[in-house]
Design a protein around this ligand. Structure first.
Ligand SMILES: [Zn+2]
Length: 206
């Protein structure tokens, strides 16, 4: 059933835009829109400004491909993080989950996806060469593969593990291990689980 507008056109337009966002249905969109309408002007101004800010300022770090305001990002600029370890994750949400666990002190590499041949996502789309290019200048000795324990995440880890072990036999490749259930997602793991997974990582054999 098509929704028939009952509010003034400008309010209807806001509701329509909001309801296009993920997880926001018509009801929530209406509630949010009415809340914005009732609130003071600074709320609307702040919201509008930060929406545009995000689109204008957020970019991908040219080194680790994580989302950042500044390029290179804070972690890539931080010399204390240059400890020879690099942790490979699927997306910015996974990087954030690992980082907030506070266990890992090295640098990250964000693939922004997983291998998915049927969707046309191969090593080139994931910019795997950008990852390999970092090994020498950053004197990488260990690569931790922290892609999610899904079928695609596992396949991506196996592919990277094989590739790295073959081309860089001196680098230790490990895979986060116990505690992360199959089909799980790092973004939704608690700190204890992530800590355990990182600490019990296992070597990847080609
Ligand atoms: Zn970076």
């Amino acid at each position: 059933m098509k929704y028939m507008g009952i509010y003034p056109p400008s309010l209807e337009k806001l509701i329509e835009h909001l309801s296009r966002l993920p997880g926001i249905g018509q009801k929530s969109a209406t509630r949010v829109a009415l809340h914005i309408l009732r609130s003071d002007r600074p709320l609307a101004e702040g919201l509008a400004a930060s929406l545009l800010d995000v689109k204008e300022k957020i970019r991908f770090c040219s080194i680790c491909h994580n989302l950042t305001d500044d390029d290179p990002c804070g972690i890539c600029r931080d010399e204390r993080r240059a400890n020879g370890s690099i942790c490979v994750v699927e997306g910015p949400g996974d990087q954030l989950a690992l980082e907030s666990s506070g266990i890992f002190k090295g640098r990250y590499h964000v693939l922004n996806g997983v291998l998915s041949p049927l969707d046309g996502v191969g090593p080139e789309e994931l910019k795997v060469s950008d990852l390999l290019r970092r090994f020498e200048p950053e004197k990488i000795r260990e690569v931790i593969l922290a892609t999610n324990p899904t079928t695609a995440g596992q396949a991506t880890a196996s592919f990277l593990g094989g590739l790295i072990s073959e081309r860089y036999p001196d680098i230790t490749v490990t895979r986060i291990a116990l505690g992360i259930p199959m089909g799980g997602d790092l973004k939704y793991m608690d700190r204890m689980t992530i800590e355990h997974a990182l600490k019990t990582r296992l070597p990847v054999r080609p």
